[in-house]
Design a protein around this ligand. Structure first.
Ligand SMILES: [Zn+2]
Length: 465
């Protein structure tokens, strides 16, 4: 019997990453993230509450590509009622990040309306199954599968996962590569997505690739940096706030890195206070500091010079609720970084309620804004925002800085794909994108790179023959 692949998330949309691979003698899960915003016309929260389309007790293993919520947020559901018996493996930095992301989900759920998706007990049970791999290039056998991680260049520890197995009927070894989220070559701190493959040892029959920006080209980093500097300069001049809804992981550290660079180069007249509002972003920054082994050469060189790339004078950390309230009430110019990255929850909403009606305010959208989230609505130019019980007129400037994205654009994705050690008959599944983006990217791969592609829908199952 051939391996059977089911797309349990991130097909027909960007969030909810979860792929299930089954052989008669073992089953493997790659990621188990939550759906966010609206997904294929359905509310993401409703999808998160649907029963999982497989039995967690039958899994030989779970592999994580990275620690973002939309890749790990449903993991605790696997451990409900002690169902999970298999290890959950990944890069050590990924497991560190996954742990704080899951803890944070429980905390946020305690303050939200409605029944939480899971509680601290399920997170504790799941945590007992976490087993770090040694890092990139390390292999591990999970039931009939062998897995290996390669740097995906997206956030700390982010990995593409190669899964191989013996196909007895065909008398051949088979392999599939899950891209995970792919970063932008040249982005700071982390290394670039892996491009060095051994054509024989890493040969691939199938690829599952993300396509978040499969139909877009990013503004280049230099232009993005200049736009960011203009916004900060204006805030210093008129006393406005710069609100940056950011995923606690990745974007926050990138923004700190860029600000540090601006100060180093003397591009700002004075220091602007930077407030990181939220315990999660602070823990995440601490994890970044614990894993310098994941840094690229520039960040390591900076570290060698005694200048930590994530250390910034004037950084204010608002951990608890009282400190957060003080941050909201604070007068004068400031950069405020707070989650969630798509504005559909978290402390950023308090800052938006306070400052969206002020024309001196800038809202910088630096990450992907999924359909159906407040971040996406702001990006699309709404006049009024609904924040809890308040309706706030939008007078702030809303700016999208795609050049700070943690996801490669179409050309970066296609260049990554072109370097893969594909067998002649290889088939590429294009997922993790809104339908328009996935289809455009699949067409691009076929037209420009003669790739065989398929764009699956949510819960599609395919036999890997
Ligand atoms: Zn991600």
């Amino acid at each position: 019997m051939p391996a059977r692949l089911t797309f349990c998330g991130a097909a027909g949309g960007v969030t909810g990453s979860c792929y299930h691979l089954a052989l008669p003698d073992g089953e493997l899960l790659v990621d188990c993230g939550v759906f966010q915003g609206r997904f294929d016309g359905v509310d993401g929260d409703a999808l998160n509450r649907r029963p999982l389309p497989f039995d967690p007790a039958r899994l030989s293993g779970v592999v994580l590509t990275h620690g973002h919520l939309d890749h790990v947020g449903r993991l605790p559901l696997l451990a409900r009622d002690g169902a999970l018996r298999a290890p959950v493996v990944g890069h050590p930095a990924t497991l560190d990040i996954a742990r704080i992301i899951m803890d944070d989900s429980v905390k946020i759920a305690q303050h939200a309306r409605g029944e939480p998706l899971y509680g601290a007990d399920e997170v504790a049970e799941l945590t007992r199954h976490l087993q770090p791999l040694r890092g990139y290039g390390d292999t591990r056998t999970l039931g009939p599968f062998t897995i290996e991680l390669f740097d995906a260049g997206h956030i700390l520890g982010s990995s593409s996962v190669r899964v191989s197995w013996r196909d007895a009927a065909a008398g051949a070894d088979r392999a599939i590569l899950f891209s995970g989220d792919l970063g932008v070559p040249g982005a700071p701190i982390v290394r670039d997505p892996n491009r060095t493959w051994d054509a024989d040892r890493h040969a691939l029959d199938w690829v599952v690739t993300e396509s978040t920006y499969g139909d877009k080209q990013h503004t280049d980093r230099a232009a993005t940096r200049a736009a960011f500097r203009d916004v900060v300069t204006r805030a210093l001049r008129d006393g406005g706030k710069v609100l940056i809804p950011a995923f606690a992981l990745g974007r926050t550290q990138d923004i700190l890195y860029e600000l540090d660079g601006m100060h180093e180069r003397g591009e700002l007249s004075t220091r602007i206070p930077v407030i990181i509002d939220g315990p999660l972003a602070l823990s995440a920054t601490a994890i970044y500091r614990r894993h310098p082994g994941c840094y690229d050469e520039a960040a390591l060189a900076q570290l060698d010079r005694g200048d930590h790339p994530l250390e910034l004078d004037g950084l204010i950390a608002a951990r608890d609720a009282a400190a957060s309230r003080r941050a909201v009430d604070r007068k004068g110019p400031a950069i405020i970084i707070a989650g969630s990255g798509m504005c559909n929850g978290g402390r950023i909403r308090h800052h938006l309620r306070e400052h969206l009606d002020d024309p001196r305010t800038d809202v910088l959208l630096v990450g992907y804004q999924a359909y159906g989230t407040l971040g996406r609505a702001l990006q699309d130019g709404i006049d009024e925002a609904y924040l809890g019980d308040d309706t706030v007129p939008v007078r702030a400037r809303i700016t999208t800085l795609s050049g700070f994205s943690a996801h490669g654009d179409r050309d970066a994705l296609a260049d990554w794909h072109a370097a893969l050690p594909l067998k002649p008959s290889a088939l590429t599944f294009v997922t993790h994108g809104e339908p328009r983006s996935s289809t455009a990217y699949a067409d691009h791969l076929t037209a420009r790179h003669a790739a065989r592609t398929h764009v699956p829908s949510l819960l599609d199952t395919v036999d890997l023959t």
